[in-house]
Each structure stands twice: as C-alpha cells, then as structure tokens.
Design a protein around this ligand. Structure first.
Ligand SMILES: [Zn+2]
Length: 251
C-alpha cells in the first residue's frame, strides 16, 4: 500500500497554465523543504567552508593562533553573510507576494466577473467539468475571493509565511553551529595534527548532516552521505593545496 508521501506529484500542479506556474516558481528553500532540512543545509555550509578555511591556513604552515583567528573570522563572516542573504531573499519574496496580492485585490474590485471566469478556468484546467468549476469558483469567491485567487492563481498558500528577520537569525545560527565544530577541534587537538584532525572531524560531521538531511527529506541516507563526504573531501583537498602553495610562496 502506498503512503500519500510516496505518490508522484499531483497532476493538478502540472495542468496549471504555464504562465501561472511561473509567477511564483521561486519559493524560498526554507518554505519548500522545511525547517529541519534548511537547518541542516546551514550547518553544512558552515562546516564545509570553515573546515576548508582552517585546512587551507593550516596547510600554509602557520601557528595555531593564526589558524584559530582565521577560523573564527570565517565563522563570523559566513554567519553575517548568510543572515544578510537570507534577509534580502525572504524580504524580496514577501514584497513580491504583497504586490501580487495588491494587484489581485484591485482586479477583483475592478472586474469581478472576469476574475470569477478566471478562477473557474483554473479549476476546469485541473480537471473539473465546466459547470462544477463555475460552482466551485462561485462558492469560494463568496467565502473569500482574495484567498481563493491567492492560493489557486498565484500559488501563495500562507500569506503570513515569510519572516525575514527570523529566517536571517536561523541561517546565522545554523551556519555558526556547523562552523563551530572545526574551530573547536582546531583549538583542542595538539598543534601538530590540526590539519588531519579538522579534516577528519569535518568529514564525519558532514556525513552525519548528510544522513540527517536525507532522512528528513525521505531520501536514501547512504547515497547522500557518500556524496557529501566525497565533495567535501575534494573541497578541502583543493584549499589545502592552495594553502600549501601559497604558504610556500609567502615564506
Ligand atoms: Zn485573479
């Protein structure tokens, strides 16, 4: 027996007119994949960028003090950048939704008949016969015309969903949590093994986050773990190589 979550995407979405699907195609990741997966992605970013930074600096042959300064600076800079990017992205989405709703409100006031036909057309395109589509459109319009158009024409399901400040804080916090691991490891282990210890602990942490993210999204964990470990190892190897070359060139 198939569970609802295993069913393919509903055909209703595919049958919407292309132009309507385009209007709100760009939903923010936080809403699309849920808070847990967004948090996992933030921590993943913090871990891989800060661990790569520390590995690169350590490969250049500098002391632990410089390594820790670089790691902390990377943590703070990354958290600020994530917060700012998230704030701008979620704000502009909220602005776009607000503008769409205002335009819709105006159209509903100016030409209610055409808007009713439009709504009925949407339901007909989703598979209702013409009379039933008109009946549904009439009843939904009588109850909450703007709500029906927001949901079924614009694809705005939760008008109050975008919270820019909250999204910015969550991004900064999850990035910092991921970035803290390599910084703490670099501070704790003997100076001689900072590079391998940070690289190894980062790969273990990234694998765990990859498995958690896959489980949250209903995907196969092992594949996700292998993928994230491989690409993270590649990222750190590249930075270590650059760090070594740069360290040799500078000293
Ligand atoms: Zn409309």
């Amino acid at each position: 027996m198939a569970f609802p979550a295993c069913l393919p995407p509903r055909r209703a979405d595919l049958s919407r007119p292309a132009v309507m699907r385009l209007v709100h195609r760009e939903r923010h990741a936080v809403q699309r994949i849920g808070w847990l997966r967004a948090a996992v992605l933030g921590a993943n970013d913090g871990l891989v960028s800060t661990a790569s930074l520390i590995v690169g600096v350590a490969a250049a042959g500098v002391g632990r003090g410089e390594i820790l300064i670089a790691g902390l600076a990377g943590l703070v800079a990354g958290a600020m950048s994530m917060a700012a990017g998230e704030y701008v992205s979620v704000s502009s989405q909220a602005d776009a939704e607000k503008a769409d709703l205002e335009r819709e409100r105006g159209e509903l006031a100016a030409m209610p008949e055409a808007e009713l036909e439009e709504l009925a057309g949407i339901y007909a395109a989703r598979g209702l016969d013409h009379d039933l589509a008109m009946q549904v459109a009439q009843q939904l319009t009588a109850r909450d015309a703007l709500g029906a158009h927001a949901r079924d024409e614009l694809g705005i399901t939760d008008v109050a969903s975008a919270r820019p400040v909250q999204a910015a804080f969550v991004s900064a916090a999850t990035f910092s949590a991921g970035a803290a691991l390599p910084v703490l490891v670099a501070a704790a282990v003997p100076a001689a093994v900072v590079l391998p210890a940070v690289a190894l602990s980062a790969l273990v942490g990234l694998g765990a986050l990859g498995g958690l993210g896959a489980a949250a999204g209903g995907a196969a964990p092992l594949k996700a773990i292998l993928r994230v470990v491989f690409w993270s190892a590649a990222a750190m190897a590249v930075t270590a190589g650059v760090g070594r070359v740069f360290g040799v060139a500078v000293t």
